[in-house]
Design a binder for this molecule. Structure first.
Ligand SMILES: [Zn+2]
Length: 130
C-alpha cells in the first residue's frame, strides 16, 4: 500500500504488519489461500512449459526419466523460490479488491494519502469525491 519493502524476516516468515504504514497483512482467516493458489498455478505452468520444451528439443526420443526428474524438481523448487513473491503479489491483489480501512491497522496519514490518490476506501466504496 505504501511501497515499503522488508516484508520478510526470513524466506517463509512475513512480518505481520507493514513496517511503513502499519497495514495488517493477514486481514482475514484464509487470506493466504489466494497466494497459495497463485503459487501452485504458476508452478504447474512452469512444469508444463518445461516438459513441452524438453519434448520439443529432444523429439522423437524424449528422455523419460531425466524429464520426469526435472519436472518434479521444478514442481518442488518453484513454489519455494516464488513464495515471497506470491505473498507480496497477493497482498497487492487483495488491496485492489478490498481497499484498506482504518480497521486494517493503517496509519491514518497513510490512509488519507491513499484516499486522496485513489479516491475510495473500504468504508466509502463509492466513486471518488468531487
Ligand atoms: Zn505499507
Amino acid at each position: 500500500m505504501c511501497g515499503h519493502g522488508h516484508l520478510f524476516t526470513h524466506w517463509f516468515s512475513m512480518v505481520p504488519t507493514c513496517p511503513g504504514c502499519g497495514l495488517r497483512f493477514r486481514r482475514e482467516p484464509g487470506m493466504w489461500l489466494g497466494s497459495w493458489f497463485l503459487n501452485v498455478c504458476l508452478a504447474q505452468v512452469v512444469v508444463v512449459v518445461l516438459l513441452l520444451v524438453g519434448v520439443a528439443l529432444t523429439w522423437p526420443q524424449a528422455p523419460g526419466w531425466p524429464m520426469f526428474v526435472a519436472a518434479v524438481g521444478a514442481a518442488v523448487a518453484f513454489p519455494v523460490a516464488f513464495f515471497p513473491t506470491s505473498r507480496t503479489v497477493w497482498v497487492a491483489v487483495d488491496l485492489i479488491m478490498r481497499p484498506a480501512g482504518f480497521d486494517d491497522g493503517v496509519a491514518p496519514a497513510v490512509e488519507l494519502e491513499q484516499l486522496e490518490r485513489y479516491g475510495r476506501s473500504k468504508r466509502s466504496g463509492g466513486p471518488p469525491p468531487g
